[in-house]
Design a protein around this ligand. Sequence first.
Ligand code: HEC
Ligand code: HEC
Length: 204
Amino acid sequence: MAVVNRSGSFRAQRGKLLLLVLAAAFANAEPANIQVCAACHGEDGAGVGHDYVPIIAGTPAAHLEEALYAYKDGARKCIGVPVMCDAIAPLSDDDIVEMADYYAAMPRLSTDEEFDRQLAAVGKIIHDDLCAQCHVLPTDENVEDALGIPLNGQKGAYLRLALGAYLTGDRETLVPIMSDKLRLLDQDKIEALVHYYASWDPES
Ligand code: HEC
Ligand code: HEC
């Protein structure tokens, strides 16, 4: 009797172990067609060598999903690189969730972009005044719940493109308060912000 029990519970244990191994394998599995994305965003989600391709590694999944839906439904237009929107068009809701989770789980790497310290200091004041309410550091414990996508450590060329797209209307601002704040910016303030966002060190 005792022997049967023991082997029975061993079998149950082994069953549980198998389930755990399978779950881990699926959690780390590459989403199908991720190579399409990697062509521009890179294997590491940093898009090295492509200035206008944003860093998506380590951005919370909820923000990546929101952005992908915005491209899919046309609230965001891909002006510079139309292929990006072509790549998103066929994705199902499940694909979007899976791809967002996949990139969100990657470490956020530094862009190592050069910046001017004085401009960065001016940019920080503008950010704290107009943007910090919604845009927090990638390492902030509330980054997932923040309304906006983390901007610190993002590439300068992409930030200029994105801000330009909101200002021309090629991107809809999903929250009206952001439009009000963006209207207060001029080219000098945008540059100061870009330098401030470049000054962020993921190691800090
Ligand atoms: C041809 C190059 C290219 C391909 C392929 C591509 N992207 Fe992009 N991706 C870009 C560019 C460029 C942007 C910025 C576009 C814009 O807003 O004008 C972008 C933006 C994004 C953003 C928004 C990030 C943010 O911070 O707002 C996400 C998320 C994203 N891509 C995910 C993906 C996924 C997932 C795939 C694969 C299904 C993919 N991309 C395929 C070039 C590409
Ligand atoms: C009331 C909240 C709010 C405020 C204030 C705000 N934003 Fe945003 N921001 C958002 C949201 C929400 C998004 C995502 C919208 C989308 O999908 O395009 C966003 C997106 C962005 C993006 C695109 C990021 C990316 O990775 O694609 C940039 C750049 C940006 N904001 C800059 C700013 C700047 C600069 C300020 C201050 C001058 C600012 N925002 C103020 C809520 C806000």
